[in-house]
Design a protein around this ligand. Sequence first.
Ligand SMILES: Cc1cc2nc3c(=O)[nH]c(=O)nc-3n(C[C@H](O)[C@H](O)[C@H](O)COP(=O)(O)O)c2cc1C
Length: 168
Amino acid sequence: MATNTESFEDTAITPASLREALGSFPTGVAVVTTLSDDGKPIGLTVNSFNSVSLEPALVLWSLALSSPSIGAFRKHRAFAVNILRKEQEDLCMKFARPADDKFTGVNWTDGYRGIPVLDGAMVTLECEMYQIVEGGDHEVYMGTVKRIHKTDSSPLVFHRGQLVQLAS
Ligand SMILES: Cc1cc2nc3c(=O)[nH]c(=O)nc-3n(C[C@H](O)[C@H](O)[C@H](O)COP(=O)(O)O)c2cc1C
């Protein structure tokens, strides 16, 4: 073990120490969208997105149980994962706080079962809900990929609490 290693066990594993440890794992950033009961677009920034299976085509992400958007995701049972380009830091921040008007000034089109597909995302995966799994203070949403839109742009990256870009 490296000499500057800090170790934690059991009760010393607090939300803060866990968040810090997990933050060392760089991820992409996506805005996950769905539709509310009354047809309003819903969306939030996530970095919990990941691949699950190629055949069948399955992906997952997780949503905090405290999110006001939870009812819409549970009910509509379809979502789009809009993976952000390196230039879309503003969009990432806009969808990372609770607000009624997150979609104001954002261009999007109707996708699979009406879910919002954001214009200009690096890649969008339109999904049908496959399974909802309990996950502590989050709920894990696994989806079957129904449509893919992709570009060859470069991703926005989240690492140690910061938005960064890949070195070329
Ligand atoms: C880079 C980044 C990643 C995030 N990842 C998640 C995530 O995976 N799941 C989650 O529930 N919230 C995540 N959040 C926090 C939500 O974006 C934030 O709580 C937002 O307000 C949720 O939208 P809502 O309040 O309308 O539900 C993330 C925020 C940032 C900045």
